[in-house]
Write a protein that binds this ligand. Structure first.
Ligand code: UDP
Ligand code: MG
Length: 139
């Protein structure tokens, strides 16, 4: 299992509020290299599948609605110690508790619409990356 990759999404609020460029810049300035990237809108079915691990949590329905409400940017990133360093870069789930200068502190409004996703383990980074990208696409 590789330990140098993570998976992220710029969520619908990040895209709708015009922060794609600013958020990608924070990632690049943070030392992450973009391995794969695509702009798309999830169907409710696909959003539900992506967040299946949260199925029993009270916010699941709202989360699925929200994540399928507008376009997102899905990205695989590479850096040494990627998972931990990226979680530090994005900050706490609730932007009100996210450290100053973190992506969620700067660009998110609330705990649901919190600008970005970040994988929580190497195993989930691989699963989540494979969900969106079967390979590095050549066109
Ligand atoms: N979420 C929410 N309400 C909560 C907790 C989480 O709407 O009380 C949403 C939020 O968009 C979050 C996602 O569900 O990013 C996944 O939750 P998790 O606990 O995995 O947070 P994360 O790993 O994204 O920080
Ligand atoms: Mg999580």
């Amino acid at each position: 299992m590789r330990t140098d990759r993570t998976f992220t999404m710029i969520k619908p609020d990040g895209v709708a509020n015009g922060y794609i460029g600013a958020i990608l810049n924070k990632m690049i300035e943070g030392g992450f290299r973009i391995v794969a990237m695509k702009y798309l809108q999830l169907t409710p079915e696909r959003a539900g599948e992506f967040y299946a691990i949260h199925k029993e949590r009270p916010f699941y329905g709202e989360l699925v609605n929200y994540m399928s409400s507008g376009p997102i940017v899905a990205v695989i990133l590479e850096k040494e110690n990627a998972i931990e360093d990226f979680r530090t870069l994005i900050g706490a789930t609730d932007p009100a508790k996210a450290a100053p200068g973190t992506i969620r502190n700067l660009y998110a409004k609330d705990i649901s619409a919190n600008a970005v996703h970040g994988s929580d383990s190497d195993e989930n980074a691989a699963i989540e990356g494979d969900f969106f990208f079967s390979h590095l696409e050549r066109f």
